[in-house]
Design a protein around this ligand. Structure first.
Ligand code: SF4
Length: 602
């Protein structure tokens, strides 16, 4: 039996207004309606029984943020944080130099972690709790200091990195918003600079212009932060006067903050004055001028020369035998210097270790490298796109050209970033580690962890463990892995295979969390005991091969005061890891002794 009557599409509907384009229309009547209602109910019953109940879907939509416009800039404060205080202060200088008001959210502590748990979602990774809670805590402190909540919501913005990927980093933005709302700061603005957004995300009327000047100042601040920080970790364990390195570090970071703050961005107007508007392709000239100024000007080099001198004036004793501990792990856990990683660097130094921290520069190079790999794998085609048939030479040529063009830009980015990074290393005396080649890391890490698997540090955790151990750059690798981190958990599985293949390696993964500091420290102490023994044995072995005593070598070093300066360059010898052991060989060479060691090319 038919329950509906077909009528021509041009006829008006008998109920519900005019018909525009239906091919079939149902006549409405009480009987027809009752039948339809029964059918709907029966279908619902059957679906319920079969477990096919339809639920209404509510997809997540990014909330539309109140805009931050140029006219708000004078009264709006940008907040940011999540790195070390050194990186943050330098980035602060760079942003102030561009005319922004900004404040750094201090390093996260356990209280921040607890607030993150209280106001955020359950089941997040440890860095999410710490960083999200830290922002809430900072705003609460500002409120306690007398700033009204409406003013905080209206005149403050949190600036953070954004990403799209398989780990929870992609959800940070949403987590910030949720926790802020739960903590009573609904409407507080969170702004992202997307990692994949390229160098020019500027909008002329935007309050925050993410243009070339912005990214150059950001990268300069981060790179200087990396290298000044690393040199501090190299010098501090050997300082003759306790506390001197920290005092110098405070001073030079303040000094470079001012250098960055006072440097005005290069502009055509400033160089050419009134005639700037008359030159053709002014935008391109401006862009190129900024790049060339970054590459060839000495604007920062003079300031860095001062930092170098201050570090170099620190008197050191390199005969102290210390195990070198390389830090790896998840990006945030291996970078932060606070409760987020159990204050691990301070603890290691107190226990007699020399710490090799992980620079942010490696991560930036990794991000570029991953994009290069993806473009190579997909020929630069969007997801779902297919190559045109072979006889469409025109389309094939267009795709090839676009692919090569993208690749060329990324390769140029790799070269330029690395050049700029190494320029700062050289300006600071050349003692900091150079950036590790990403292709080398991929080569050694890929057999254990697929280098195309994104999220977190990807294959880097495994690769760095092999690289630093195999190249005799550390006695022990300590991997700091946040509780609840998916990529780090995967790495842990792969590290078992790595450790079984490289028997001599001392590798310790430590899970970081908001609690359990004593347990973590005690595990580190145990592994460090092994690393200390390794370092002592190595030093003893070197002395016996040299046929010298420490006192004999010290007497020679005392005759060369430059050898006791903070930035004196000690060569690295093949098969020798520790600073004291390498220094002993170098001093013996200075004495004119023939030494059974060769300098390492790295
Ligand atoms: S890498 Fe791990 S800890 Fe870091 S954001 Fe992703 S899931 Fe969280």
């Amino acid at each position: 039996m038919s329950t509906s009557t077909q009528i021509p599409p041009t006829a008006p509907a008998l109920a519900g207004g005019p018909v525009t384009n239906p091919s079939l229309v149902q006549i409405s009547s009480p009987v027809e309606d009752a039948i339809r209602q029964r059918i709907v109910e029966e279908r619902a019953r059957l679906e319920r029984e079969a477990g096919l109940t339809h639920r209404e879907l509510h997809h997540f939509h990014k909330p539309i943020e109140r805009p931050f416009t140029k006219d708000q800039r004078y009264r709006t404060t940008l907040l940011f944080g999540g790195l070390t205080w050194k990186h943050e202060k330098l980035v602060h200088g760079g942003l102030e130099g561009l005319g922004y008001k900004c404040e750094v959210v201090p390093v996260a502590d356990v209280k921040a972690f607890q607030l993150g748990k209280e106001y955020g979602n359950n089941g997040q990774c440890n860095p999410t709790y710490f960083t999200v809670g830290n922002l809430v805590q900072y705003l609460q402190k500002l409120e306690e200091s007398g700033i009204r909540k409406e003013d905080l919501i209206g005149n403050y913005i949190f600036l953070t990195a954004g990403a799209c990927g398989p780990c929870r980093f992609g959800m940070y933005e949403a987590e910030y918003r949720l926790a802020l709302r739960n903590a009573g700061f609904d409407g507080f603005r969170v702004m992202l600079f997307q990692q994949s957004g390229g160098l020019n995300q500027a909008d002329a009327e935007a309050g925050l212009e993410m243009n070339l000047d912005f990214f150059l100042n950001l990268l300069n601040g981060l790179n200087m932060g990396d290298i000044i920080n690393e040199v501090g970790y190299q010098v501090r364990p050997f300082e003759a006067n306790a506390g001197e390195t920290d005092a110098v570090l405070d001073e030079v970071i303040d000094y470079m903050h001012e250098v960055l703050r006072k440097k005005s961005p290069w502009s055509v107007e400033e160089k050419l004055g009134a005639i700037a508007d008359k030159i053709p392709m002014k935008g391109t000239v401006e862009y190129l001028g900024k790049f060339l100024n970054q590459l060839y000007s000495d604007d920062y080099m003079i300031g860095l020369a001062h930092v170098r001198e201050r570090y170099n004036n620190i008197k050191v004793d390199r005969f102290r035998v210390k195990p070198i501990v390389k830090i790896t792990g998840e990006f945030w856990a291996q970078t932060t210097e606070g409760d987020g990683n159990f204050n691990m660097f301070q603890f290691l130094e107190k226990e007699g270790a020399q710490v090799v921290v992980e620079p942010i520069g490696t991560w930036i190079m990794y991000m570029i490298h991953q994009v290069v790999q993806k473009i190579r794998d997909t020929k630069g085609l969007e997801e779902g796109a297919v190559m045109p048939p072979s006889w469409r030479l025109d389309k094939q040529a267009k795709i090839e050209w676009k692919y090569r063009n993208k690749l060329m830009k990324l390769k140029a980015a790799e070269v330029i970033f690395s050049r700029e990074y190494h320029r700062i290393i050289d300006a600071l005396g050349g003692t900091a580690h150079r950036l590790v080649d990403q292709y080398e890391l991929q080569r050694i890490g890929h057999p254990y962890y697929n280098s195309r698997a994104g999220g977190g540090e990807g294959h880097l955790e495994v690769a760095k463990n092999i690289y630093y151990s195999n190249r005799e750059l550390c006695h022990m690798v300590l991997s700091l892995k946040p509780f609840g981190c998916m990529p780090s958990t995967q790495s842990d599985g792969a590290q078992s295979a790595v450790v079984s293949h490289y028997k001599d390696m001392i590798f310790l993964p430590v899970e970081t969390s908001g609690e359990g500091e004593i347990n973590a420290h005690s595990r580190v102490q145990m592994a460090l005991g092994e690393a200390k023994a390794k370092a002592k044995l190595e030093f003893k072995d070197v002395l016996s091969k040299l046929g010298k005593t420490v006192d004999e070598l010290k007497a020679v070093a005392d005759q060369h005061p430059e050898m006791s300066t903070g930035l004196y360059h000690v060569p690295k010898y093949k098969g020798v890891i520790g600073t004291a052991a390498n220094f002993a060989i170098h001093v013996a060479e200075k004495m004119g002794a023939s030494v059974p060691y060769h300098q390492d090319a790295h």
